[in-house]
Design a protein around this ligand. Structure first.
Ligand SMILES: Nc1ncnc2c1ncn2[C@@H]1O[C@H](COP(=O)(O)OP(=O)(O)OP(=O)(O)O)[C@@H](O)[C@H]1O
Length: 783
């Protein structure tokens, strides 16, 4: 790069930083003064109000003064918020005010093209007339991501603007110093990307704002589709693009939606912590994050012993593929996650209007107060056109009235008289207060009768309270048994899955044992909602589903119902579909049908950024047709396979490598195991025999992502990445069957810079089947 150009750019950075610093120095005292005023007004406000309200005549005056005070307070709060937001932006810009420059000349424009500098926030000259830096989310900034020099155009709310880009320049600026600077002829030059990708991992995910690729930009800025499907190779930046998209949408709709109106479904709580720094880094609030499991648990409550998705996976992994029970369970899982089953539930819901509804009776002190038959008869006595949830609501109202009537009937019962002696002090006090009130009103009853009546009412009220709670909370609807009824021998009316009888048996056994297998959880909840009425969340405007291949058709339909006003972004990779119910994203018609093809856009990402060329070449050769995955050209060492004669030798080899990697300062290292049990055993052995005290174990309950060295089961490592990955046991005994292929692929693709595989016995066919020059056997005898 021409040194004069470099010098000029550095001077611009310097003068911009001076301007930023001057404005920061000017605004800081203003902000703190405003803060003091706000705190002062708040304190005085309440003091004034308290004093004047006690003086009756001053009420009107107080009200007027309160209004004035409230207006001043909100005006100061607004100014404080506004200035403070500006200050935070300036502080973020100070170390690196921008990362890109484009010179653009509009078609109609005379004179030379204008330089446009792009950074993480906009910064205007003090008179507010000139943009010194443009926020990367402004319409004009999309030129930077979408075009190289030449003709270019971008959309604005007022229409499209066309012109010519005459220069495109990328910067890497740290602490105000330009470290590197490139003119590029491409959309985003590879030099900077190269530099960014060769860095080691930090303790969490980073923003990619300076090097967003064109196809990622298409994901970020797509605000047209109701359903945006992203199928992307491992490490192709799906999660990164999703988070940038959130920041973009929050900026674009900043006057209309807030972070609270977006929700991200992520694979597990540790993943949530892994990505939690990206949005604050971009100056935005974190959005709500949840997992589907968490949602199920919250809605189903403690009524069932709910299996989680990982337990289901482990149960399937642990069994041999020739196991008949596992084969049947897989069929059951697939069926219960299918649209066919959803249709079956809907048809069942329609039938319930005429027959088959199940309720629970109400028992009180060992006797039947309301028989289930009574409830069912009442339900079927309603007019045929009344919908299921409306009938339930009418029945609930009737039940509450019935309970009031029965409560009255109960007042004279013998047990009530006996209980009077056991009343506690609080109850006595309450009754006595009520009695005084009644006496003041001039009740005719004598005092002792009145007291006894009130005491009886108090006792019965308390005894009926749990029944009222049951009635109100709809706990009398026997959804579990209705769900079981679905699995009758003469069902299903939809296309019969093979082994229907076995699926029925399995479902009945689980319910008898009071277990709720993961595959039954969503359908059971769906049936509950169908009967009671869907509790929709209409405030959510954007739903993002990461690792979307782990969601079944059934679950997608569920989410669609739950968030009827939301646009959905589904990001996933079918090659990492490790669950039995997983979804093929790009090729799935049903997903496009969810909102209709007109409202659906699909983007496929093929370039992989996470791993070195060597790791990508090794891992992609495990996939059918190598799935068209293109590595980003970043060199590294070949994946290494260590063959050990027994487990002890394997642990010694692995521990030695771990020690070396840690000593050389590798920030994040993962020993990846197949299951949680293997991870637990490996962790214990490595710590006990090799003195690796700092080694951490990740379990499904781990909520925060940590740097350093960890032992982790493959399915929990989903979505995250490590500088070095050590596969604990890459033998055919562990990853030998076809059903292990995607799990193995997922584990290996977590590696950024180094991938090592340890193995006792026969190596996995996924290793030996990979291209011979894509990995290397490590001969430790020679070292
Ligand atoms: N445009 C980019 N510029 C710089 N780094 C990028 C870019 N895109 C992706 N990366 C980096 O590549 C790595 C993988 O990205 P990310 O985790 O978003 O991929 P993914 O598609 O969600 O992966 P997976 O499906 O394997 O979980 C991250 O380190 C990310 O920072």
């Amino acid at each position: 790069m021409d040194p004069i150009q470099w010098q000029k750019e550095q001077e611009r950075v310097n003068s911009l930083r001076e301007e930023l610093q001057a404005r920061i120095t000017r605004d800081e005292p203003l902000i703190s003064e405003l803060k003091t005023q706000v705190v002062g007004i708040r304190t005085d406000f309440w003091e004034d109000v308290t004093v004047n309200l006690t003086a009756g005549d001053d009420r009107l005056e107080t009200a007027i003064s309160m209004k004035q005070q409230a207006e001043i307070l909100s005006e100061r709060e607004r100014s404080h918020r506004h200035l403070n937001t500006g200050l935070l932006k300036m502080r973020r810009l100070l170390p690196a005010p921008y990362f890109g420059r484009i010179d653009f000349k509009e078609e109609e424009q005379d004179g030379p093209s204008e330089p446009i500098y792009i950074g993480v926030a906009s910064f205007l000259s003090d008179d507010g007339e000139t943009f010194l830096v443009y926020d990367w989310r402004t319409p004009v900034a999309s030129l930077y991501y979408d075009y190289g020099p030449g003709p270019a155009r971008y959309g604005t709310p007022g229409g499209e603007i066309a012109g010519e880009m005459t220069l495109k320049r990328q910067f890497s600026i740290r602490d105000g110093v330009i470290r590197s600077m490139f003119n590029t002829g491409m959309t985003i030059g590879d030099e900077l990307l190269q530099e960014v990708l060769s860095r080691s991992s930090s303790s969490g995910m980073q923003s990619i704002v300076g090097t967003i690729q064109q196809e990622q930009n298409a994901i970020i800025r797509n605000d047209r589709a109701r359903m945006l499907i992203v199928q992307g190779a491992a490490g192709s930046g799906k999660t990164s693009a999703a988070l940038q998209r959130v920041a973009y949408l929050l900026y674009k709709h900043r006057n209309r939606i807030t972070a609270q109106q977006m929700v991200l479904f992520s694979p597990n709580p540790m993943f949530s912590s892994y990505i939690s720094s990206v949005l604050p880094e971009l100056g935005e609030e974190n959005i709500r994050q949840t997992t589907f499991q968490d949602y199920l648990e919250r809605r189903l409550g403690k009524r069932y012993k709910l299996e989680d998705m990982n337990e289901q996976l482990e149960a399937v992994l642990a069994a041999s593929s020739s196991d008949e029970a596992v084969r049947q369970r897989m069929l059951s899982i697939r069926f219960k996650n299918s649209i066919g089953f959803l249709e079956l539930i809907h048809a069942y819901g329609d039938r319930l209007l005429n027959s088959g509804i199940r309720f629970k009776g109400f028992r009180f002190r060992g006797r039947l107060l309301l028989a289930r038959k009574q409830l069912e008869d009442r339900f079927y006595s309603m007019e045929g056109h009344i919908r299921l949830p409306n009938r339930i609501e009418l029945l609930r109202e009737w039940l509450l009235e019935e309970l009031t009537r029965l409560e009255q009937e109960e007042l004279g019962a013998e047990w009530v008289r006996e209980e009077i002696e056991f009343l506690d002090n609080d109850q006595y006090m309450r009754v006595h207060k009520a009695m005084q009130r009644k006496l003041r009103k001039g009740i005719e009853e004598d005092e002792s009768t009145l007291e006894e009546n009130l005491l009886r009412a108090e006792i019965v009220r308390k005894a009926f309270k749990p029944l009222r709670r049951l009635a109100d909370g709809l706990a009398w609807i026997d959804v579990a048994n209705m769900y079981r009824d679905l699995f009758q021998e003469n069902e299903p009316s939809c296309e019969e899955p093979s082994d229907w009888q076995a699926i029925c048996r399995m479902t009945h056994v689980a319910f008898e044992e009071k277990r709720l297998p993961y595959e039954d959880a969503a359908p059971l909840l769906y049936l509950t909602e169908l009967v009671q009425g869907f509790r929709m969340n209409t405030s959510i405007r954007y739903v993002l589903i990461d690792e979307a291949q782990d969601f079944s058709p059934f679950q997608f339909h569920f989410l669609q119902k739950l968030f009827p006003m939301a646009k959905v972004t589904a990001l996933g990779d079918f090659n990492q579909a490790i669950f039995a119910h997983s979804t093929e994203l790009a090729a799935s018609n049903w997903l496009a049908e969810l909102y209709g093809p007109e409202q659906t856009d699909t983007i496929v990402l093929k370039r992989s950024y996470r791993s070195t060329r060597q790791i990508v070449e090794f891992t992609r050769s495990m996939l059918p047709d190598e799935s068209g995955i293109e590595p980003f050209d970043r060199p590294g060492e070949l994946p290494l396979l260590y063959l050990a004669s027994d487990e002890r030798e394997r642990d010694t080899l692995l521990a030695k490598d771990l020690h070396e990697l840690m000593a050389s300062g590798t920030p994040s290292i993962a020993v990846i195991c197949q299951t949680s049990r293997e991870a637990q055993e490996a962790w214990e052995k490595l710590r006990r025999h090799s003195g690796l005290e700092e080694l951490k174990l990740v379990t499904k309950d781990t909520t925060s992502f940590q740097s350093g060295a960890v032992v982790i089961p493959a399915y929990l490592a989903k979505g995250v990445e490590f500088d070095a990955v050590l596969i604990y046991e890459a033998s055919s005994a562990v990853y030998g069957e076809e059903r292990h292929r995607k799990l193995f692929y997922t584990a290996c693709t977590r590696a950024m810079h180094k991938l090592r595989l340890y193995c006792t016995g026969e190596p996995s066919p996924f290793v030996t089947g990979a291209a011979a020059d894509s990995w290397q056997e490590f001969n430790h005898a020679r070292t």
